[in-house]
Design a protein around this ligand. Structure first.
Ligand code: FAD
Length: 411
């Protein structure tokens, strides 16, 4: 059966990219993006960085202007996909209408995990996921005196760096023993710990929140898990996300912390793919199925699905990479460092130009580079070709990833 009518649930990074790639590669059928956020699809990374700092406006976040969608015959519906009828191949929308599909791409992303704490409903408590969140938060930053950040993950620390740069006193509370521990080596966590403290951020590790305190409906402070009271006129939480996989679950698709997909990103229904933050997939770069919350993953998975729908099926095997900007630090990560048992350092934490090469059982699995973009670009090439670099080689005086990459480049 030909695929003439593609419906995409979710108009974020992955949903937009699959539509754009389909058109770019010559798909002539119907494409409809159903997205529950208003406006044209936009990128999220600047929301916790340049946009909050006032360095870029909302227009700069849009992937394409509205005319692009008209010119490329990509229909956009501001609606929510409420239900999938797999037998009839129809999606029911929250507005009450329905849409038939030949192929459905679920790109519904993830949503913030909201802390289950007394006071979370107070004015001044924010998550940061959408443009609407950033627009609500942004005008407050100039006026806050005391910001509390719950969670020292990427988004919490990006916000902390922005708020500190804008003059607020910032207190970060993190239950774990080091920042960004889920994704980073100890050496890199240590570099960011020192950097945040040097920017005036208080980083309270092994400490959580008991309650958020307020007066007249507004946040005034917090009570920490060890009983201290801290003043706060703003609280931002960044304690992880939950995949928006209920749609798939309701349709009887296989779901396990995200929608389970096969090597080609197909769900357990051959007429439905899932991509981006919501997809749980296996990767040659990881030991177990995972979800990745990154721009690279959303874009590359979208391209992989578009190619399959155009008759060029291939397994999804892209190398994962990610970045975060905090203060003057740009951290770029290539590969997945989980389970590493040995590291080799290039550069120095003192100069804040450091790369951490992460090895597992003697094999290079990831490279984290702070303010060393050349290392990052070289690492991406090296990791993509099953590296034979040993820890001993990397530890030799004068070793450089760029030179190693050039010397081992296939002819
Ligand atoms: C503040 C912030 C900063 C980030 N910074 C970085 C960074 O520096 N580097 C990096 O690599 N990544 C970063 N990310 C992560 C990156 O933005 C995400 O991985 C990426 O947006 C995932 O794309 P997606 O399309 O899967 O999900 P999303 O972009 O979240 O899009 C999903 C869309 O689907 C909509 N939706 C959900 N359910 C339905 C439904 N039933 N019907 C219709 N629509 C629905 C959602 O509202 C949303 O609009 C950041 C994310 C955030 C929030």
């Amino acid at each position: 059966m030909p695929t003439d009518n593609i419906v995409i649930a979710g108009g974020g990074q992955a949903g937009f990219q699959v539509a754009a790639s389909l058109r770019q590669e010559g798909f002539a059928g119907r494409i409809t993006i159903v997205g529950d956020e208003p406006g044209v699809p936009y990128q999220r990374p600047p929301l916790s960085k340049a946009y909050l700092l006032g360095k870029v406006g909302a227009h700069a976040l849009r992937f394409r202007p509205p005319e692009y969608f008209e010119e490329h015959c990509i229909d956009r519906l501001h609606d929510r996909v409420a239900m999938i009828d797999r037998d009839a191949r129809i999606v029911q929308l929250a507005s009450g209408s329905s849409l038939p599909y030949d192929h459905l791409v679920i790109a519904t992303g993830a949503r913030n995990r909201v802390p289950a704490l007394p006071g979370v409903e107070l004015d001044g408590v924010f998550g940061l996921r959408t443009l609407a969140d950033a627009d609500a938060l942004s005008p407050r930053i100039a006026h806050i005196r005391h910001a509390v950040v719950l969670g020292a993950g990427f988004i919490g620390l990006e916000f902390a760096a922005v708020a500190a740069a804008r003059g607020a006193s910032v207190h970060v509370l993190e239950l774990g023993t080091r920042p960004m521990a889920r994704a980073l080596s100890e050496n890199m966590s240590a570099l960011f710990t020192v950097a945040h403290r040097s920017w005036g951020v208080t980083l309270d590790l092994s400490c959580g929140l008991q309650r958020i305190l307020g007066q007249d409906g507004k946040v005034t402070g917090v009570q920490t898990s060890d009983g201290r009271h801290l003043p706060a006129d703003l609280l931002v939480y960044g304690i992880g996300v939950l995949p928006n996989d209920e749609l798939a679950q309701g349709a009887g698709l296989q779901v396990r912390d995200g929608i389970c997909v096969d090597a080609q990103l197909l769900t357990s229904d051959p007429n439905i793919s899932a991509i981006g933050d919501v997809a749980s997939f296996s990767s040659p770069y990881a030991e177990r199925p995972m979800r990745l919350e990154s721009v690279q993953n959303a874009i590359d998975q979208a391209k992989c699905v578009a190619a399959r729908l155009l008759g060029r099926p291939a397994a999804y095997e892209a190398l994962p990479w990610f970045w975060t900007d905090q203060g003057e630090l740009k951290l770029q990560i290539a590969g997945i460092s989980e389970g590493h048992d040995e590291t080799v350092l290039l550069g120095s934490a003192d100069t804040r130009q450091l790369s951490v090469l992460c090895f597992r059982a003697g094999r290079l699995i990831a490279v984290e580079s702070a303010n060393r973009p050349i290392d990052h670009m070289s690492a991406r090439k090296i990791l993509a070709r099953a590296p034979r670099l040993t820890p001993a080689q990397a530890a030799e005086p004068g070793f450089e990833l760029k030179a190693y990459e050039a010397a081992t480049r296939p002819a």
